[in-house]
Design a protein around this ligand. Sequence first.
Ligand code: PMP
Ligand code: GLN
Length: 384
Amino acid sequence: MISTNPVYTGLETTIFETMSRLARQYDAINLGQGFPDMDGPEEIRRLAAEALLTRSNQYPPMLGLPELRQAVAETASRFYGLEVDWQSEVLVTSGATEALSDCMAALLQPGDEVVVFEPLYDCYLPLIRRAGGIPRFVRLEPPHWQLDEAALRAAFSPRTKAVLLNNPLNPATKVFSEAELSQLARLIIEHDAIAICDEVYEHIVFDGRRHLPLIMLPGMRERTVRIGSAGKTLSLTGWKVGYVTATPALLDPIAKAHQFTTFTTPPNLQYAVAHGLSAGDSYYRGLADELQRKRDRFSAGLAGLGFRVSPVAGTYFIVADFSGRDTDEADVDYCRRMTVEARVTAVPLSAFYEAEGPRRFVRFCFSKRDEVLDEALSRLAAWR
Ligand code: PMP
Ligand code: GLN
């Protein structure tokens, strides 16, 4: 046998791809993988199409088109009062996933510990491990997803190099409070560690909440890497345009990892995303308001069918406890049967835990047209 790297060898296909394939096979409504079924603003898509014909299609600058780096810096200032030098502190990547990969490659050395929060996004553990890092888990449990201060402290050690925080948290739909972020910041500073903040859902928070980037907390500016994505902010998940903001000492090695990973991202998409990010406040408010309305519509529908629905503070997912629906099967089996029999697809929550995840919860994505959500609900009602 030829030996290949153990981190990736034998690794299962991600739950998102697995469930999407199953959904296609059974012609199910796919509320599993997280993507909107309506593409982002037409004006932005037109700009991308025109740019393909009228602007350069050759390598853009390695750090990203100036227009987009400026737009990322401007939105940081506009939404959070975070002042950023677009030339030395912003990098464009091919999606937040590439940004995360660059961060792990550039910031970790073998044996470094990284504090992570379960439930966690699928790429985190392989990327940490491939870089030689060792994950230290802090576990959050449904339905309240409370962060236990003692558990948080226990995850830190003298070998802690970084904390990887997803806020708002997919799939918990939790938005970390200022008090929780302060606790975390204190520990990070105490351990002289780096915060890597996956904030792709920064603009999808509900009920009047405001996203607070960890980088804004006292003492965090020089030790935080902030990651965003046009996939979520502009509802263009297939474009894979992401951006990283960090102090030059951190951004520089991250950019070097990027330089030998993708080097760049399609220039027409960067150009269009720059315009998209510069949209007026009404665009951003509209995104959150519209998703909040869908959250309420779909939560009410699920609750009426016997699902116990956890409160959703941010992201476009709902976690629902299905144990009130007369079954004691595990989430993985339930999701499979729901796809095959009801022709509605969700993802099992346990997939977001390294081991022994909760077994009676599923995640639905509600970023879909109302008629699609309603049809999913009526299929689930008939299934019962
Ligand atoms: N982080 C989280 C928490 C996500 O949900 C996603 C999926 N959008 C990503 C990162 C990846 O983002 P991208 O598609 O920009 O790579
Ligand atoms: N972020 C999406 C989710 O949580 C999945 C993206 C992907 O499939 N790579 O569902």
